[in-house]
Ligand binder design. Structure first.
Ligand SMILES: Cc1cc2nc3c(=O)[nH]c(=O)nc-3n(C[C@H](O)[C@H](O)[C@H](O)COP(=O)(O)OP(=O)(O)OC[C@H]3O[C@@H](n4cnc5c(N)ncnc54)[C@H](O)[C@@H]3O)c2cc1C
Length: 185
């Protein structure tokens, strides 16, 4: 096992590389039929993408709830910041994007349960939910003002945790490749 990585986010979960130096795997230990390795790996990734989409959805929802609560409590310019329209619009956009991400996640999970091909829906759920998480957490930090940048408040951690959801189990760019291939074929 390689050394533990020092990461930007998801620091509660350890990450190491695994090295396969001079490893030989006997034929009887092969998973699946000969020649189907790529298909097998792609199917595994498609399932994992629903999980990462759900993780992103949870991060986004947590950040939204914190921003909503803080906007009711913090006063600036003589009123709770929730009374400023620009804050209201941020909250409205967060709630809308989160709802759309939730529905995409549920659709992909439903298709998987129904044994329908869920390659397209899992990529759509993953790219949309992870971008929703990154956007929502950044805006949640903004709603918290200076406190958003301080570790005492939870939102900065959510912003750092959101980033990985755009990268692992296939980057946002790779999801867009999968989606465009599927709609263009
Ligand atoms: C914390 C963490 C945990 C991880 N856990 C696992 C794990 O459990 N199992 C596992 O197998 N991997 C894991 N990974 C690896 C992760 O899946 C990869 O880092 C990720 O898929 C991106 O691959 P890469 O790092 O090689 O980026 P690269 O492929 O080098 O990509 C670099 C950039 O180029 C873009 N790019 C690459 N190819 C194209 C293309 N054809 N068209 C357009 N843009 C492109 C990418 O989108 C990205 O923006 C983990 C990574 C991290 C950081």
């Amino acid at each position: 096992m390689g050394a533990k990585e020092n990461k930007l986010g998801i620091r509660g979960s350890d990450t190491h590389s695994i090295l396969f130096t001079d490893v030989k795997v006997p034929k009887e230990n092969r998973i699946g039929a000969d020649g189907f390795g790529f298909t097998f790996a792609m199917k595994t990734l498609a399932g994992g993408r629903i999980g990462i989409a759900a993780q992103a959805l949870g991060i986004a929802s947590g950040a939204y709830e914190l921003a909503l609560a803080y906007s009711k409590q913090r006063k600036a310019f003589g009123t709770e910041i929730m009374n400023h329209q620009i804050i209201q619009f941020k909250l409205a956009d967060m709630a809308t994007r989160i709802e759309a991400a939730r529905l995409l996640c549920l659709k992909a999970a439903w298709e998987k349960d129904q044994h329908i091909d869920y390659t397209l829906s899992s990529s759509m759920a993953k790219v949309f939910a992870s971008e929703t998480a990154m956007w929502t957490t950044t805006e949640a930090v903004q709603v918290h003002g200076g406190y958003g940048f301080v570790k005492e408040y939870h939102v900065e951690r959510l912003m750092r945790d959101a980033k990985i959801t755009q990268i692992y189990e296939g980057t946002s760019e790779v999801q867009r490749i999968v989606i465009s291939r599927s709609i263009l074929k």
